[in-house]
Ligand binder design. Structure first.
Ligand code: AMP
Length: 422
């Protein structure tokens, strides 16, 4: 018989990590829904054309796409990110603007798997369509910062930049191309190829041999049009007013080709790994048009769940949540009593679990310990005869007996005691 394990770059997320994932998404939902963002659940695969709009010089599109022909002969791809799907949905459904949405879920990129880099990875994110106001850029950045704060992360650094409007971007790209062409032989081979497709992306190169040339390259801030310059200044002023710390990074062009004006990235300084970027985003004022819709302003961000949790580990914050099982029923009389007590507690919304197969007292107590429950409820033949049950707090306090008729009330008291102590 053959046996299987997960494909490279994919993982099973087991409990308690999986419970932590869900809590992560809940915390994100709490932050953004309180700011007027509604959940969108786009499909995990779409017509390949939707993602081709992300840009020809983008690795995500050219090298990393999980695309295939389905049984109906359609060319489709697993989503590498969700911004394109949100814009496609906007064009398809034409909701009223501003359209403020958030999402959570897996994306797929055929990358080289390593710590913090997977082929299936989760993101939470948000997008707003139909608003050009620089206060929105600041709101979006502030929400990401608020979320990190809610997780307990302290060592997060925000970088911001402006790529200008389409015209600025084009002018700057031409200047940059001329500059890099003058230094062609000093560039890495990979960057020479990137240069033929998109000079801006050369700024993204992390290769050592490119760094000096990149450091001396022309700067986008010198090529911003007055309107783009004013927009950027207003975003920075709004961030200052909200006391959000940032650094301006001229080299921040970000992976995808569609960005205009504001771009930003969050880096965890607690992570030692090669991949310290835990989230990022920006404006993409041309993307809706690219997908066949009306000219519409857009801005959003995506935060990597996997990598942010690595940052939480590094800072020792945001632990996995406790189990919801509050009481573990140890029944040595055959198991019928455990069924009745579990049922009663669960109906009253108190988490309860039990052992099966009529195991020994010792084995059942071990299971109670492992379950993470706060109390054990013990019913042996003496208790059964006397119509009683023993309640044993697992961590502190003495065990005591109660009448079966009073069991639920006694356990509810234990729940209250636990809640006020935590
Ligand atoms: P992007 O969609 O490329 O702008 O990425 C946004 C965030 O998603 C990054 O800052 C990472 O935290 C995360 N991310 C991107 N690609 C991967 C990957 N292959 N594995 C894990 N996380 C990723």
């Amino acid at each position: 018989m053959s046996s299987f394990s997960t494909s490279p770059g994919t993982r099973d997320i087991l409990t308690p990590d999986a419970a932590r994932w869900r809590k992560f998404q809940d915390v994100f939902a709490g932050v953004v829904e309180a700011a007027g963002y509604g959940l969108i659940i786009p499909p995990m695969f779409e017509d390949l054309g939707v993602f081709l709009r992300l840009g020809e010089a983008t690795d995500v599109v050219t090298k990393e796409m999980y695309d295939f022909e389905d049984k109906g002969g359609r060319r489709v791809a697993l989503r590498p990110e969700q911004t394109a799907s949100v814009c496609r949905a906007f064009v398809q459904h034409r909701p009223t603007t501003p359209w403020k949405v958030w999402y959570a879920g897996p994306n797929f990129r055929y990358e080289k798997p390593q710590q913090g880099r997977y082929r299936q990875f989760d993101q939470v994110g948000l997008e707003v369509l139909g608003v050009e106001d620089p206060y929105l850029d600041a709101e979006v950045i502030a929400l990401a910062a608020q979320f990190y704060d809610r997780l307990g992360l302290k060592e997060v650094q925000l970088s911001v930049n402006s790529l200008g409007d389409a015209g600025d971007r084009q002018r700057f790209t031409d200047v940059l191309r001329a500059y890099f062409e003058a230094h062609l032989s000093e560039l890495s081979e990979d960057s020479q190829v990137t240069l033929t497709k998109n000079p801006l992306r050369v700024l993204d190169s992390k290769r050592r041999e490119d760094q000096t040339i990149i450091a001396n390259a022309p700067r986008i801030r010198d090529y911003l049009s007055p309107t783009a310059g004013e927009h950027f200044a207003a975003v920075l002023a709004a961030l200052d007013a909200q006391n959000i710390k940032y650094v301006i990074d001229d080299r921040l062009v970000r992976g995808l080709d569609y960005y205009r004006r504001t771009t930003f990235e969050f880096v965890s300084t607690a992570l030692q790994a090669a991949h310290t970027a835990i989230g990022g985003g920006g404006r993409y004022d041309g993307l809706v048009e690219e997908l066949g819709g009306p000219a519409t302003a857009g801005i959003g961000f995506a935060l990597g769940l996997d990598r942010t949790l690595l940052a939480c580990d590094a800072e020792n914050v945001f632990p996995a949540p406790n189990t919801d099982v509050f009481a573990f029923v140890v029944d040595t009389t055959g198991g019928h009593e455990a069924a009745l007590v579990c049922n009663q507690l669960r109906m009253a919304r108190v988490g309860a679990d039990r052992a099966f197969d009529n195991r020994s007292m010792k084995a059942q107590m071990k299971a109670a310990d492992r379950s993470g429950a706060q109390v054990a409820i013990i019913i042996g033949s003496n208790e059964l005869e006397a119509g009683q049950a023993v309640i044993r707090p697992m961590n502190s306090g003495e065990q005591y007996s109660v009448n079966r008729a009073d069991l639920l009330t006694a356990i509810q008291n234990e729940v209250s005691k636990f809640q006020s102590a935590n």
